[in-house]
Design a binder for this molecule. Structure first.
Ligand SMILES: Nc1ncnc2c1ncn2[C@@H]1O[C@H](COP(=O)(O)OP(=O)(O)OP(=O)(O)O)[C@@H](O)[C@H]1O
Length: 305
C-alpha cells in the first residue's frame, strides 16, 4: 500500500482545518490506517513540509487539509520534487474559504467524503501548472491588477475571519470586490502571448487561468482546463467603472464572456508589463507586482479526484 501523508493547515477556514483534522484523525485511528502527518505552524511552511514528508517518509500520496493557499504551498513542494524525478499524488480535503481547487476537480466539501476519495479514489489526473519567471507555480490562476488587489485586501481583512466563522467565507471576496471596484484606477498594459504583443489601454485585470474559477467560485474563465496543455487568459478593459457593473453580477455564472469589455487569449508563454506596477495574485495569495512572466508547464502534478 502507498504511504500516506497529511499536511494540515489548522488555521484554514478560520479554524475549520483543525476541526476537520480531528474528525479525519479519529477515522484513521478507528480504521487503523497507517499515516504520517504534519500541521503547519506558520505561513509558507506547507512547501518545506511537503518536500520533507515525501523525501523522508517516501509518501506516495499527499493529502492536504486546507484551502487554496495551502494547496498552493504544497504545489511548490510537489513541483520541486518533480524536478528531481520524484512523484507523489495529491489529494485534498477542503477546509478553506474559497476552495476553488476542490471545486475544479469535483472533490466533495464534506470532509469524510473527501477523505474517502483521497484514500480509495482510483481516478488520477495529470494537471498543468503555471510557472512564473521567479519560480513560483500556481495550480489555479495568476492574475494582475484588480484581482491582485482583491486577493491582498481579502487576506488582510478582518471580515474574512468573521465571515469564515459564520460559514460565509466566499462573501468576503465579494465584499472586497465591491471595495476595490469603487476605487480602482486602470492603466495601460502590454500582454505578450506566444510572441504576439497586445496593447491593453484602461486594463482592469489580466488573469491567466488553469481552472475556470477563482476568488471563491467566480467563473472568471469558463473555458480554462488544467488538462489541455494551454493557458487561458482573460482581460478586462474599460475607461468607465459603471460600464463594468453588469460583470460583477454575471461573472459568478461565467455569463460575463460576451460583455464587450472582456477578451480572451490562449497560449503557453505569457508576459505582462504595465504603465504602473500592478499587484499580482497566485492562487489567491499575494505574489508581488508586475512585470510578470509565465510559462505553462504541462502535466506536472497528479491529482486524485
Ligand atoms: N500556523 C499558521 N499560522 C499562520 N498562518 C498560517 C499557518 N499555517 C498556514 N498559514 C497560512 O494560512 C494561509 C491561508 O490558508 P488557506 O488558503 O489554506 O486557507 P483560507 O485562506 O481559509 O482558504 P482559501 O485560500 O480557500 O480562501 C496560507 O497563506 C498559509 O500560509
Amino acid at each position: 500500500m502507498q504511504s500516506i501523508g497529511f499536511i494540515v493547515n489548522p488555521l484554514s477556514g478560520d479554524g475549520r482545518g483543525a476541526n476537520i483534522w480531528k474528525e479525519v484523525e479519529t477515522y484513521l485511528q478507528q480504521n487503523q490506517i497507517p499515516h504520517v502527518f504534519k500541521l503547519t505552524a506558520k505561513a509558507g511552511e506547507a512547501t518545506e513540509l511537503t518536500i520533507s514528508m515525501i523525501q523522508e517518509h517516501k509518501v506516495g500520496k499527499l493529502i492536504v487539509i486546507g484551502g487554496d493557499g495551502t494547496i498552493h504551498e504544497a504545489a511548490q513542494g510537489l513541483a520541486h520534487i518533480h524536478k528531481e524525478g520524484i512523484t507523489s499524488s495529491l489529494a485534498v480535503i477542503p477546509s478553506g474559504t474559497g476552495n476553488d481547487f476542490a471545486k475544479a476537480y469535483g472533490i466533495p466539501m464534506h470532509p469524510l467524503q473527501a477523505l474517502n476519495i483521497a484514500l480509495t479514489g482510483t481516478k488520477r489526473v495529470q494537471i498543468d501548472l503555471l510557472r512564473t519567471a521567479s519560480g513560483v507555480v500556481a495550480v489555479n490562476s495568476i492574475g494582475a491588477g484588480f484581482d491582485g488587489m482583491v486577493a491582498k485586501l481579502t487576506n488582510e481583512s478582518n471580515y474574512k475571519k468573521v465571515l469564515n466563522r459564520l460559514r460565509l467565507g466566499k462573501l468576503s471576496y465579494f465584499l472586497t470586490i465591491l471595495r476595490v471596484f469603487a476605487t480602482y484606477k486602470p492603466c495601460t498594459a502590454w500582454l505578450e502571448v506566444d510572441g504576439k504583443v497586445h496593447e491593453l489601454p484602461h486594463m482592469w485585470l489580466a488573469a491567466v487561468a488553469n481552472i475556470p474559477f477563482y476568488g471563491g467560485a467566480i467563473q472568471i474563465c469558463p473555458s480554462a482546463s488544467p488538462y489541455d496543455g494551454i493557458a487561458d487568459i482573460v482581460v478586462i478593459q474599460s475607461r468607465g467603472r459603471f460600464r463594468l457593473l453588469p460583470i460583477l453580477f454575471t461573472v459568478y455564472q461565467g455569463n460575463h464572456i460576451r460583455h464587450p469589455a472582456v477578451s480572451f487569449y490562449k497560449g503557453t508563454s505569457i508576459s505582462l508589463r504595465s504603465q504602473t506596477p500592478l499587484l499580482i495574485q497566485a492562487d489567491g495569495e499575494y505574489a508581488g507586482a508586475t512585470p510578470l512572466q509565465i510559462v505553462l508547464a504541462p502535466s506536472v502534478i497528479t491529482v486524485i479526484c
